[in-house]
Design a protein around this ligand. Structure first.
Ligand SMILES: NC(=O)c1ccc[n+]([C@@H]2O[C@H](COP(=O)([O-])OP(=O)(O)OC[C@H]3O[C@@H](n4cnc5c(N)ncnc54)[C@H](O)[C@@H]3O)[C@@H](O)[C@H]2O)c1
Ligand SMILES: [Zn+2]
Length: 358
């Protein structure tokens, strides 16, 4: 299955395949001329999939070279990016040399920014190996690293030339990482695809049990949602902000609980519940939407209980002070399953929303 991302002059395909990485080389060769190619991964993903990646690229006529960056969010830094760029340049990177990001969202974001910045931009291939990176970070062109001032503060919009999601790679993923991706899948359903939501609602357990057909359809539909929204508003001047559904309340939980306690996607699911409850309380969506979202969260094996956190800590973590300067909260308001609108509401809505966390 190939899902097109329709950006003028920078359109690219997302391949979603049931298999492993055997077909990667042929897919890259169909998009980019063969020659040297640089593959970047971390020790965990490299240990599992680097050989298959290099073999596939070599069989398609490329001359691949491998590079390693450390694993983990704490290494998503300017230092890791700088070392990687130096390594790539030292290995003879040219404007035409593709760089492949093999791994989850951390790898994709760092390598994407290295590809955006080295020589002012070389062709980038995203090979996401976590569910979250397949349905979210590998699509849409946001790349970057963290700064001491906050997450993702250094980066660039830079679209890949191709995304290759090999579903078999999900088989080695930790269950908690799979769940994290499912939170973002559910979000995509709520905001733009009722059939995707219904799939979560009816087949959630099968996704958790790594049923290939169910997960494959979830990835395809999620990529379509993200691709459509990004095509309408590539640089987040407006509409793209609907992708932050569940993230206002979700980020607050993630930050207040301390990163690493709950996975990002689990917090997004809690945030989704709070935000649909809030929309229903305002009369923007019918109450049954709330029940359906809560039930779907449970069926996906996601937690439906927020850890004990004080309202003050949550407000602080939600960036209340920064938002107070603007006096406004810009948020996606759920109207029904599959439809949201973007609205600027008064800041007094933020504590109300956070109070509705499950
Ligand atoms: N660019 C964007 O638009 C965007 C969107 C959402 C999230 N993000 C970023 O994505 C990052 C989170 O990504 P993530 O959830 O993929 O985390 P991650 O990249 O840290 O991966 C999670 C863990 O799983 C391991 N792993 C990856 N693939 C595996 C596999 N197939 N089998 C076994 N282990 C595997 C990784 O090495 C890592 O230890 C965050 O930094 C976030 O800011 C970016
Ligand atoms: Zn997210």
């Amino acid at each position: 299955m190939i899902i097109p991302v329709s950006l003028e002059g920078r359109a690219y395909p997302i391949h979603v395949v049931d298999e492993g990485l055997g077909g990667l080389g042929a897919a890259v060769a169909a998009t980019l001329p063969t020659g040297p190619i640089m593959v970047v991964t971390n020790p965990v993903v490299g240990g599992l999939y680097l050989d298959a990646t290099l073999r596939s690229l070599a069989a398609a006529g490329f001359s691949p070279r491998a590079f390693e960056i450390p694993d983990g969010e704490r290494h998503k830094s300017v230092a890791t990016w700088a070392t990687l760029v130096e390594d790539l340049l030292g290995a003879g990177l040219r404007r035409s040399t593709p760089v492949v990001a093999l791994g989850g969202g951390v790898t994709g974001d760092i390598v994407g920014f290295a590809a955006a910045s080295a020589l002012r931009g070389v062709p980038l291939v995203q090979v996401p190996t976590t569910l979250l990176s397949m349905v979210d970070s590998a699509v849409g062109g946001k790349t970057g690293v963290n700064s001491s001032h906050g997450k993702n503060l250094v980066g660039a919009f830079y679209q890949p030339r191709l995304v290759y999601a090999a579903m078999q790679t999900l088989r080695t993923l930790e269950p908690a990482e799979l769940r994290s991706g499912l939170g973002e899948v559910l979000k995509h359903g709520v905001l733009r695809d009722e059939a995707l939501f219904a799939l979560c609602e009816q087949q959630g357990e099968r996704a958790v049990a790594l049923d290939g057909a169910v997960l494959g359809e979830m990835v395809e539909r999620s990529c379509r949602v993200k691709a459509e929204v990004v095509a309408l508003d590539e640089r987040e001047d407006g509409l793209r902000a609907i992708l932050n559904l569940g993230h206002t309340a979700g980020h607050a939980v993630e930050t207040a609980a301390g990163h690493g306690t709950l996975r990002h996607g689990e917090c997004v699911a809690l945030g989704l519940v709070a935000e649909v409850r809030w929309a229903a309380a305002r009369g923007d969506c019918p109450p049954e939407v709330v029940h359906r979202v809560e039930a779907a969260v449970a069926r996906l094996g996601l937690t439906i209980r927020t850890p004990p956190l004080s309202p003050q800590d949550l407000l602080r973590a939600a960036g209340y002070d920064k938002k107070a300067a603007r006096g406004m909260l810009r948020t996606a308001v759920v109207e029904r399953i599959g439809a949201v609108r973007l609205e600027a509401v008064g800041l007094e809505e933020l504590p109300r929303m956070l109070a509705l966390l499950p």
